[in-house]
Design a protein around this ligand. Structure first.
Ligand code: ADP
Ligand code: MG
Length: 573
């Protein structure tokens, strides 16, 4: 008996769903793209529980007729592609006719739609892709698609989903990417009855401002370049606004479709290499002849293949270079070598990457090429009790390093790292004991603008922020009022600290939730380098540092200070 048989349609659809619909955000992406393809000028997204319970997309596009509604959930049913040659002339987002059939096969789907010339619309219900009911209904113009219980028919996939706030921020990220590419369409995203994102029709700049915040939008340089038939345009961070250690995700679009591409990301970042190791904010659009790329590589159309990678790389790299050319150069922090005139001044590098104990040793060698001074590792401070420096003579170098005498040695302390270690310990202790850190109420509350991308994380982290002393209340249109801030923090540093906290909270991979939160707090709220400190502040940092169980390293293992004994100093002469 022959063994081979064709798979039934519902199995085929489920297999396709596995490729196209990885998580709620992928369903949102497909549905919003359909709305845009239908000519909508307004798209509203509503999600419950990170999209797991419900996703609803309403648009004011051209709508569907009764027969088309039934066909739309069939596999490879599309109104956008007529023959194979169309595959290479894509003007629509969708073309494979796979999205609705895939979503329908793993959920309970309701489609309501009404065309511009119809007095009544249609409401149809599907269960795992099977039509359950269809009737005329008084529905608004356009289409509303409601996905209930996504993955109810694919429980294994449901197991892999993250918690609601993570899924919700992924949905938001996908909406933001589509919103940036469609600035003349009005977007709205509500999650569990909270408005998380709203962007009115506008131009690219106003859209970037809606998506990433007005202060980010103010600090951008315009990119406009054409080379090898490739047009590159958009906006990138101005060099003055670069923030050390901050990894910004690039927003890249090909023919106005959001794509992810490591090559282009590298081309952008490399254009900043003369300023240091940065991941700038970037919103980059690429237009090139249709025959030079292929988006039909992955069912979700996220990946692209270029026929000439090197040309794309060069065009993007030159485009960004050109945009930065007239920009003011970024002042690098240089520590003047007060100990030896002839030694090369060490130019401080970016926090984070390659900056652990090895980094310190390398730098030590740069400062002292004859290598007779060793880092604290080889020359440890005696363990407990740590004698606290009694002298009042604290010196700050480059507003970044504290120098003081301790016993028969000189300590050079990185103020940022030291404060990070102190805050981490304090925050961890407080969380473990269920206490809150001391805060200061502000008599004159400041406002802080929180970019829309971070709002789902703010929702999830508000209680933790309060434990650390941040008391914030909504103040309308993306701004929040700061009523209280941690005791040690200057007011001007509080807003940026909250934003950094939310960013690192979404990135941190630490599984212990207390450690994770303490780390995000310490990273975000520690005194930065290039901050002038009073004698009292220096003294308290040094004494707090030396009282820590491990004053040598930050929680991430970065060296905090160097020690030079009198012998070392004498040898220098
Ligand atoms: P594709 O977008 O690749 O054509 P989909 O499965 O996403 O495939 O959609 C199938 C068809 O359903 C589309 O080609 C379109 O005709 C119709 N459709 C889906 N969503 C909408 C919408 N919001 N408004 C109008 N028509 C829609
Ligand atoms: Mg589609």
């Amino acid at each position: 008996m022959p063994q081979i048989q064709l798979l039934p349609d519902f199995v085929v659809n489920q297999i396709a769903a596995g490729e196209v619909i990885e998580r709620p955000a992928s369903a949102v992406k497909e549905l919003v793209e359909n709305s845009l393809d239908a000519g909508a000028t307004q798209v509203k997204v509503f999600a419950k529980k990170g999209g797991k319970d419900l996703i609803q997309i309403s648009d004011n596009g051209r709508g569907m007729e009764s027969e088309d509604i039934e066909k739309s959930v069939l596999r490879h049913a599309t109104s956008k592609l007529r023959d194979a040659s169309d595959l290479f002339k894509l003007s629509t987002n969708g073309f494979r006719g796979e999205a609705l059939s895939s979503i329908a096969s793993i959920s309970r789907l309701v489609i309501e739609s009404r065309g511009a010339d119809c007095s009544l619309g249609i409401r149809a219900e599907f269960d795992a892709g099977v039509l359950k009911s269809k009737e005329e209904a008084a529905v608004p113009f356009g289409t509303t698609i409601t996905v209930n219980d996504l993955f109810f028919n694919a429980p294994v996939r449901a197991e892999f989903l993250k918690n609601d706030s993570v899924e919700s921020s992924r949905i938001l990220d996908c909406i933001i990417r589509l919103a940036m590419a469609n600035e003349s369409v009005r977007f709205e995203y509500r999650a569990d009855n909270r408005l998380l994102f709203c962007a009115a029709e506008g131009n690219l700049q106003s859209r970037i401002s809606d998506c990433l915040g007005a202060s980010v939008a103010r600090n951008l340089k315009e990119v406009e370049w054409e080379e090898f038939g490739i047009r590159v345009w958009g906006f990138v961070s101005s060099p003055e606004s670069l923030e050390a250690g901050k990894r910004n995700m690039p927003y890249i679009f090909l023919q106005k479709r959001p794509i992810y591409n490591a090559l282009i990301t590298k081309a952008i970042n490399q254009a900043y290499s003369s300023y240091g190791d940065y991941s700038p904010v970037s919103v980059i659009f690429l237009d090139m002849p249709l025959e030079t790329f292929d988006v039909n590589v992955h069912p979700a159309k996220r990946e692209v293949r270029f026929s000439r990678d090197s040309l794309v790389f060069q065009a993007v790299n030159h485009a960004v270079h050109n945009a930065l050319q007239n920009a003011i150069s970024y002042p690098s922090i240089s520590i003047t070598n007060t100990l030896r005139e002839s030694a090369p001044a060490y130019v401080a590098n970016n926090e984070g990457i390659g900056y652990g104990v090895w980094g310190i040793e390398n730098k030590t060698q740069e400062l002292f090429p004859d290598n007779r001074i060793t880092s604290f590792e080889n020359n440890p401070i005696p363990h407990t009790p740590y004698p606290i420096p009694h002298t009042l003579d604290f010196l700050q170098i480059a507003k970044s390093f504290i120098v003081c005498e301790q016993g028969q040695s000189m300590l050079i302390i990185d103020q940022h790292r030291a404060h990070k270690a102190i805050l981490y310990e304090q925050a961890l202790q407080a969380l473990q004991k269920g206490e809150s850190l001391a805060g200061q109420e502000l008599l004159f509350p400041e406002t802080v603008e929180i970019p829309a991308v971070l709002l789902p994380i703010l929702d999830a982290q508000k209680n933790v922020l309060e434990k650390f002393g941040f008391h914030i209340v909504p103040f309308g249109s993306g701004t929040w009022q700061l009523r209280g801030i941690p005791a040690h923090l200057p007011i001007s540093a509080a807003g940026p600290a909250i934003i950094r906290f939310l960013e690192s909270a979404s990135e941190s991979k630490e599984s212990d939730i207390f450690k994770k939160n303490a780390l995000s707090f310490a990273n975000s709220s520690a005194i930065q380098r290039e901050t002038e400190l009073s004698l009292q502040e220096m003294k308290s940092i040094v004494s707090d540092l030396l009282s820590l169980p491990n004053p040598y390293e930050t929680p991430k293992g970065e060296a905090i200070f160097m020690r030079m004994s009198v012998e070392d100093i004498k040898r220098k002469f």
